[in-house]
Design a protein around this ligand. Structure first.
Ligand SMILES: O=C([C@H](O)CO)[C@H](O)[C@H](O)COP(=O)(O)O
Length: 210
């Protein structure tokens, strides 16, 4: 059993809301993707928070510095999860964890471009990170990479932290990701690129929840 997260990666405010209207009933978590939050800012979070009270919302800030200062306003505005980069300083990561704990929310550490993902996972789990993000980014996907080997290595640690997996996950690979130990399955293109995004989201969620 895993939760599903839909990555809203459009730059357009209204298109993002319209897509969220379609998929929100069919996923557990709405993600405001990095390009989307950079383009639209905290106003988009406030709008989604008001419109979709039943969904958790993740803001993919990919914070690299000033962890507490950058993330706190987003937790205050209703984010359930904010993302900090694993390649950032441990002080930055601890700052996001501190802000999350202040609001009873969660901090996710994204392992994108981290060289030693096992060592980093141990370090940030000990620091109190709530979720580890195994993430093959869009540019890495374009170069042929996948998240599966990293997922196996991190899940094998059995540290008891939640594990989120992103990077081209689709219905055909969702069961593999779930069975390998993911507690959150992320899908972006597999949903927003589908002819029927609601149906695509429902199909992935049915697999994740099985
Ligand atoms: O986080 C993402 C990317 O780095 C842009 O910010 C995507 O939202 C994430 O990779 C999920 O999208 P798909 O890989 O298309 O499923």
């Amino acid at each position: 059993m895993a939760l599903t997260q839909m990555a809203l990666d459009s730059l357009d405010f209204d298109a993002t809301i319209a897509l969220a209207e379609k998929v929100a009933p069919h996923v557990d978590i709405l993600e405001i993707g990095t390009p989307c939050i950079k383009h639209n800012g905290i106003k988009l979070l406030e709008t989604l928070r008001a419109k979709f009270p039943k969904n958790k919302i993740l803001v993919d800030l990919k914070t690299m510095d000033a962890g507490e200062y950058e993330s706190e306003p987003f937790y205050k505005a209703g984010a359930d999860i904010c993302v900090v980069l694993g390649v950032s300083d441990i002080g930055t990561i601890k700052g996001v964890i501190k802000a999350a704990n202040k609001y009873g929310k969660k901090a996710q550490v994204d392992l994108i471009s981290v060289e030693d993902k096992v060592a980093k996972t141990k370090e940030v789990a000990a620091a109190g990170a709530h979720i580890i993000g195994i993430h093959t980014g869009l540019d890495q996907q374009a170069a042929g990479q996948t998240p599966f080997a990293d997922l196996a290595a991190v899940a094998g640690l059995n540290l008891g932290v939640e594990i989120s997996v992103a990077g081209g996950v689709k219905a055909a690979t969702a069961a593999q990701v779930r069975d390998a130990g993911a507690t959150i399955i992320v899908a972006g293109a597999a949903i927003y690129g589908a002819a029927d995004p609601a149906a695509a989201a429902a199909e992935i969620t049915a697999i994740a929840h099985a």
